[in-house]
Write a new protein. Sequence first.
Length: 280
Amino acid sequence: MITHATPGDTFWDIVQKGAQAAAAKDNMEFVYSNDPDGPKQATLMQNAIDQKVDGIVVDLAHPDAMAGAVAKAKAAGIPVVAFNSGLDDWQRLGVLAFFGQDESLAGQAFGNRLNDVGAKHALCVIQEQGQVALEARCAGLKQAFKGQSELLYVNGADPSAVQSTIQAKLQQDPSLDFVATLGAPIAQLAVQSVAGAGSSAKVATFDTNKALVQLVKDGSVQWSVDQQPYLEGYLAVDALWLYKVNGNVSGGGKPVLTGPSFITKDNIDAVAEFASNGTR
């Protein structure tokens, strides 16, 4: 498994737990590597090809950077399954299957929920510029939201910079009444930014982790859009095993969707136990 994960992003810990569970069930050796830089991620994939692995699971957050490595894997007879990012590109690149959520649809659902709660001015915080899934979320939000929305790019690898950048934006523009973040760690920082700015803006997010549960319970975070990362990792790895041992291909040429669904104060108890285990 080769991902674009930024160090410290708990989302990918959950993905790996699902992948490791599938690998253990299927009696496979699971090897993980990651780099948020597209060309460097492609180099990691080339390393896996050189090691003659039996299969590769990869996210396509930077599809153009990964296209050459995917082609080389196919030429070497190594099956490739995509997950998490690259919904609009996996078929073009010729991988076997895709597991994840439709990020544009998820963004639209988020925007519609903003409409439902009466938001007027939303800030969509992107922690990795150019990452296709994150850009699609904010684009979908903007498409569905009837109020004003704007983007704020932050460096997700630097938590202190993320917090200070969001806080400065809220202080600069007190009309902002909602902060939309695209990952649970960023949501935690946004909550601190709101407090530091003395802002009345509310925070909602995509994705979850153990710490986010309490923030949803106490109302610091209004909701989370869950794409079920454990399921993404599990299904993607299991799909490779099924292909190798029985020639199965999931999805029938369509993506296998793992989300979106909303986690709110009303249903957080249903996932809290799993989140405490690090699997939601």
